[in-house]
Design a binder for this molecule. Structure first.
Ligand code: ZN
Length: 138
């Protein structure tokens, strides 16, 4: 596996435990979530693992009515849309995730800057059930 794949695996394992992990650069202080092995700011490999407090605000969002195959298989469609947002985490980084607990029948009610907290959604059933990062109103 490549380093990035290993990091992705560690990130997904953390999500399964409801943890959001990242990296903190000991040289320049940059914080990346998901974690990086090399600092994207100064290219140092002097990094430590950190855990996000899972809190942030909604920076932008999209309501998806025509889902990609994986989401269609999870039961989403034009009558059952879902919301994907970019969450500005308190630690600084922004992360893309499904946003739940919104009134998708009236997307105008979803406000930028809304305080959010980390949660998760399970997609798939039985053996193929998998937990994914999501956010909900705090
Ligand atoms: Zn750095």
């Amino acid at each position: 596996m490549t380093d990035q794949a290993l990091h992705s695996k560690a990130f997904n394992q953390a999500i399964a435990e409801d943890l959001l992990i990242g990296s903190h650069c000991l040289v320049c202080g940059n914080i990346s979530i998901p974690q990086r092995q090399i600092c994207p700011n100064c290219h140092s490999d002097q990094i430590e693992r950190i855990q996000s407090n899972g809190r942030g605000t909604l920076a932008t969002f999209t309501v998806i009515y025509i889902p990609p195959t994986s989401m269609a298989e999870a039961g989403y469609n034009a009558k059952n849309p879902y919301c994907v947002g970019i969450v500005a985490l308190e630690e600084g980084p922004r992360i893309s995730a499904q946003i739940i607990g919104m009134d998708l029948s009236d997307p105008e009610t979803i406000k930028i800057g809304l305080p959010l907290k980390q949660t998760s959604v399970v997609r798939g059933e039985g053996e193929s059930a998998k937990k994914f990062l999501a956010f909900e109103p705090a």
